[in-house]
Design a protein. Structure first.
Lengths: 101, 196, 626
């Protein structure tokens, strides 16, 4: 293994520690906000935003997505498209329903 | 004939086989948990009454578990980095810590479940508890799967470090991708079930 | 496999190593993609035969409702097939002997099914048992028959050969997916023996009916979890194999159309099956842990209010189920279209017309198949806006299907067609799939669907797609690739008898279903709609269809005999009997050894260079350098 490579990995390790700290901080924040008992809409929005940030951190740095190959991105984009389709499922069930008058 | 690209990268994709394989597997896992999340939304929107997570569940324990699982993700990625730095001893330590964290997670979860059962809160009690037990149960199974996988790489599987170090490092990376995904699912389960 | 790979870098050694494997490693727990493909193929064909037998029992009941069913008419022919296959094997341990014994086992299973007071007291079929047969016929045909044959068998055997790969990317995983499928199949069969019999809520397992059904339904769900796992592992393997293991020069636009079809199919399996797995888990929880994901509050069953917490949604099951099951339809049809591409190009001796449009149409088809699912649910109280959305997507998805069919038909134009058995089946596929596809349009439009929903019209529609459509294409594939696998051709004469008999009789089975459906005859009636006034003049058709089914069954015996007779007596052939261009014929020996190729093939051209002007031969293999 070349020296430059080892340097790279050491740089990575520093990033991991920073991400770890950020994840802990965000966990504290989301729990703290939940004790405020906001309205459902606000609570869902805030909790999901924080969860998405945490999830992106894990995916980008721990799973190295930030510097991954194009092919992996393609697979994930496809998955996200169908995932959105899945989330459309409750909409299909509730937004437009024939009910008894 | 040898199966190509088990270790070396294919030039046009820049990947070895297992890495592409595990990402495809994770894509299907996204759809599995996605379908359950979608069902959760549908059931919640359609319910007349839906309890807040904090009324029913133990937030301090779940927060502890979140921290434990995030830590295990960090030790996992550190174990891979140690192999990249040619430090097998550190790998053993970090991988051991990862497994330990996963076990702590399960023990805490067992306490949570046990308490629920004691006070008669079963999956059949309400739709909220039903989806809670289903989602966390399925996630728990994934944790157990991760422990078995990591346990193999920590114990008998680590012999490969002597014979084929690059291939072994790849295996640890791939196992790591799976383990981070388990962590990632929990990052979403935690607010959805406990905090909302 | 690891040592295998490590110790066998040279082909000769790989072959030698292969010889050392014991019987179990070689044929049972093999990790060679060809053996696994054959395991899939044989198992799936047996399940197809069993599913067909269930249907014959149902058809007898529909033709003569509430009359005793002569069980011997079923048991004896199956036993005779078993004995004939055993005689062909000369009782030497071989595939023929195994299959002969399995047919005798099947005869025993059928004699069990046709007896017993909770199934057929005095030979008269109970409606409850009819429901089991219906549910299991659908499940077995789709999940244990056609998909494993189309994807598991053909995909496994042919894809690595066609792309020039030594094996699948993950050979051990490949074996795991076969055995997972096998266990799923066994669980399904075992469910016939539990109290209350097998699953009886239809192959769709709709809630809340499935929640209150007998134990068999739980077995069904467990079996499905195994089958889904098998498909998931298989699809990961296929995608990685196709992306990573293509031989040098095999670019994506040089892939044979069959490989493209398998590639898109694998993505459908990968991303559409997990929601059904989720739904299966939820329904298992409902049945075992007392939850009520699919049970609304205040549900009354047989006059008794159900003791559950309630709060669930029956429609949720339908959404999750059809989110899988519509892509599943394309899982059934795409590999068939892929086989067709190979057979038609080879037997017309000219390139496929519009290769690129075929490829893009298949990709678009796969993509669209994820957003049409609710067209199965127009009658669930869906409003007009959502209905309109799904109607529109359904009409859009018909466009790529038409493109594929049109391209395949135009490919025939000006070709000097060889009417070999595989080509006959392929030619029959075109109009049959056309009928199946076009009759689907009225079902995709909400106004007409309201009349036709749950009538025999629906049964006719999807059987035209799957039976004379997909199954004919699969037969074409068997006749086409049999020489590569065995080194012998199937008998042409028996093949032609099999084809013409099946082709004529199958239309007598399914065409009358449209007539009955238009008249409003409902599906899933155990007496063939005898009790309904509006169906009275439609009843004679029941007998016509049943006779058609028996004739169809009789002609399949020709195929079974042909299959085993030709193993020994078929015309012996060389490496490339069809004079084909793709790698499995032009580069691999017959039958291919472990590791497939004696020398890693290199690819210089597209897959269908037939009748290229200026060449001495009318075909130019992909691995032929200029």
């Amino acid at each position: 293994m070349s020296e430059a490579h080892a340097e790279d990995i050491k740089k990575h390790v520093r990033t991991y520690i920073m991400v770890f700290v950020a994840l802990l901080a965000l966990t504290v924040v989301t729990v703290a906000i939940s004790t405020l008992h906001l309205s459902t809409f606000a609570a869902v929005t805030v909790a999901l935003i924080i969860a998405v940030i945490k999830g992106s951190l894990v995916a980008s740095y721990f799973m190295h997505l930030i510097s991954e190959k194009k092919l992996i991105y393609a697979v994930l984009v496809l998955t996200v498209v169908f995932f959105v389709g899945l989330m459309f499922l409750p909409v299909g069930a509730f937004s437009d329903k024939i009910t008894m008058p | 004939m040898q199966i190509p690209y088990t270790v070396e990268l294919r030039s046009d994709t820049g990947l070895f086989n297992a890495k592409l394989g595990v990402w495809l597997f994770l894509a299907s896992e996204v759809m599995l948990f996605g379908a359950l999340f979608s069902s959760y939304v549908l059931l919640r929107v359609g319910a007349e009454h839906w309890p807040h997570g904090w009324e029913e569940l133990n937030i301090p324990l779940a927060t502890l578990n979140t921290v434990v699982l995030i830590s295990s993700s960090v030790t996992m990625v550190m174990s891979w980095a140690s192999l990249k730095l040619n430090n097998f001893k550190k790998y053993k330590m970090y991988m051991g810590l990862t497994i330990l964290c996963a076990l702590i997670f399960l023990v805490v979860k067992a306490f949570e479940y046990g308490h629920k059962f004691e006070i008669g809160h079963l999956p059949g009690t309400s739709t909220f508890l039903a989806i809670y037990f289903t989602l966390t149960g399925l996630h728990g199974l994934h944790v157990i799967g991760g422990i078995i996988l990591n346990g193999y790489l920590w114990g008998p599987g680590s012999k490969m470090w002597q014979s084929a170090p690059d291939r072994f490092t790849n295996r640890v990376e791939v196992a790591g991708l799976y383990w981070h995904f388990v962590d990632l699912v929990w990052i979403f389960l935690f607010p959805v079930l406990y905090l909302l | 496999m690891d040592q295998h790979v490590a110790t066998a870098p040279h082909v000769g050694e790989a072959h030698a190593h292969h010889e050392e494997l014991g019987f179990l490693r070689k044929y049972v727990f093999s990790i060679d993609h060809k053996v696994i493909g054959l395991q899939y193929g044989i198992t799936a064909l047996l399940f197809l035969f069993f599913g067909f037998t269930l249907m014959m029992l149902m058809r007898w009941q529909l033709a003569h409702p509430n009359h005793p069913i002569p069980a011997m008419y079923f048991i004896v022919p199956i036993a005779i097939i078993g004995v004939v296959v055993l005689l062909i094997s000369k009782f030497k341990p071989s595939l023929s002997m195994l299959v002969g014994v399995l047919f005798l086992g099947l005869a025993a299973l059928v004699s069990y099914l046709t007896s017993g007071d909770d199934r057929m007291p005095g030979g008269i079929m109970l409606p409850e048992f009819y429901n089991q047969l219906g549910a299991m016929h659908g499940t077995i045909m789709v999940f244990l028959g056609v998909v494993p044959l189309a994807v598991g068998a053909f995909g496994n055997y042919v894809v690595p050969l066609q792309i020039g790969a030594p094996d699948m990317a993950f050979p051990k995983l490949n074996a795991v997916s076969y055995w997972s499928y096998f266990v799923g199949g066994v669980v399904m069969l075992v469910s016939f023996f539990v109290p209350g019999g097998a699953a009886n809520s239809g192959w769709t397992s709709y809630s809340p009916l499935a929640n209150v059904a007998t134990t068999g339904q739980t077995y069904w769900l467990v079996g499905m979890v195994f089958l889904i796992t098998s498909s998931l592992l298989g699809s990961v393997n296929f995608i990685v194999t196709i992306i990573q293991l293509r031989a040098k020069g095999m670019t994506f636009m040089r892939l044979p159309f069959f490989v493209w079809a398998q590639f898109v199919t694998s993505f459908l399996l990968l991303l559409a099956f997990p929601p059904l797995e989720a739904a299966g888990i939820l329904q298992l929880m409902d049945r075992l842990a007392g939850t009520s994901f699919f049970l609304p509050s205040g549900l009354v069953v047989a006059g008794q209010p159900l003791q559950v917490s309630g709060g669930g949604h029956p429609i949720l099951w339908q959404h999750l189920f059809w989110f899988l099951a519509h892509p599943e339809v394309y899982v059934l049809i795409l590999p068939a279209m892929g086989i067709l591409g190979e057979v038609i190009a080879n037997n017309t001796r000219k390139p496929l017309w519009g290769y690129k449009s075929l490829v893009y149409a298949v990709i678009f088809l796969g993509f669209m198949s994820f957003i049409v699912w609710a067209h199965h649910m127009f009658l669930t109280g869906m409003g007009t806006v959502i209905s309109a959305f799904f109607q529109t997507t359904t009409m859009i998805i018909s466009i790529p299907s038409i493109i594929i069919l049109t391209a395949l038909i135009i490919s025939l134009w000006g070709g000097s067609i060889r009417f070999t058995p595989p080509m006959l089946f392929a030619l029959a596929f075109l109009p049959m799939f056309g009928i199946g596809g076009l009759t689907g349009l009225p079902l995709g439009l909400a106004p007409t669907d309201i009349h036709l929903h749950d009538t025999y019209y629906v049964i006719g529609h999807f059987h035209y797609v799957v039976a004379p459509g997909t199954l004919f294409a699969l037969f074409a594939g068997i006749y086409y690739w049999y020489p590569k696998v065995t080194g012998r051709k199937l008998s042409d004469m028996m093949g032609k008898i099999h084809f013409w008999g099946s082709f004529v009789s199958i239309n007598f089975v399914f065409l009358p279903m449209f007539i009955q459906g238009f008249a409003g005859v409902s599906r899933r009636l155990s007496d063939g709609a005898q009790q309904y006034a509006h169906a009275q003049n439609m009843l004679p058709w029941n007998e016509v269809m049943s006779i058609g089914a028996w004739v169809l069954g009789a002609f399949q015996v020709v195929f079974i005999v042909n299959f085993f007779w030709s193993l020994k007596r078929g015309e012996s052939v060389g490496d490339n009997p069809w004079q084909a261009t793709t790698l499995e014929w032009s580069a691999a020996p017959t039958p291919p050894p472990h590791g497939n190729f004696t020398k890693t093939p290199e690819v210089y051209r597209g897959p269908y260079e037939y009748s290229v002007p200026g060449k001495s031969r009318d075909f130019t293999p992909q691995n032929e350098a200029d």
